[in-house]
Design a protein around this ligand. Structure first.
Ligand code: PRP
Length: 178
């Protein structure tokens, strides 16, 4: 992947919108009246989380952690770094973690393990995308948007080397024919 790589639409903004609406309906049914803590993993989940939360019409709280596994490269390094930790109390809360992508699963497995030790009342995962072909550790995704192929995915919050997060569609990064 280099600076010549061009994003190609995999899921259009319309498909993303419909999928976020479907996820919000599922989450509304399960969390209404529970005042859940929605915990976004930065940076990738910021756009998804903002759109999702706007569709949840009941009291909830918002928190973020910033984890990093990719560094500046294309491949997950496998070493998870907590860049900004959790400030909210998790014990006894219904916690719903919001991710943009589950790839190897190492990032989310690390976080769920960390959260479980803090004894939440419940702990579930909502992920915009899933790339099961690359999984290294088993992960249960309770609310899933899209399954994606083993390609580099950008847009709607997802980046390559901090680029393309702003794109409103979910895209595949492809080499330009030169
Ligand atoms: C990405 C993505 C997930 C994680 C998934 O984060 O947002 O958190 O990698 O990969 P894994 O399943 O192989 O662990 P990244 O480290 O790129 O940080 P970012 O969200 O700030 O882009």
């Amino acid at each position: 992947m280099d600076s010549q790589s061009k994003p190609r639409i995999l899921f259009s903004r319309g498909e993303v919108e419909a999928t976020v609406r479907r996820l919000a309906t599922e989450i509304r049914q399960d969390y209404q009246g529970k005042n859940p803590l929605l915990l976004g993993i930065l940076k990738g989940s910021f756009m998804f989380m903002a759109d999702l939360i706007r569709l949840l019409d009941f009291p909830l709280e918002v928190e973020f952690v910033r984890l990093s596994s990719y560094g500046g490269g294309r491949e997950s390094s496998g070493k998870i770094k907590v860049v900004q930790g959790l400030r909210s109390e998790v014990r006894g809360r219904d916690v719903l973690v919001i991710e943009d992508i589950v790839d190897t699963g190492l990032t989310i497995a690390f976080l769920l393990d960390y959260l479980r030790k803090k004894k939440p009342a419940s702990l579930k995962l909502c992920s915009l995308t899933d790339k099961p072909s690359r999984r290294q550790v088993p992960v249960t995704i309770d609310y899933l948007g899209f399954t994606v192929p083993d390609k580099f995915i950008v847009g709607y919050g997802l980046d390559w080397d901090e680029k393309f997060r702003y794109l409103p569609d979910i895209c595949v990064l492809e080499q330009e024919n030169r």
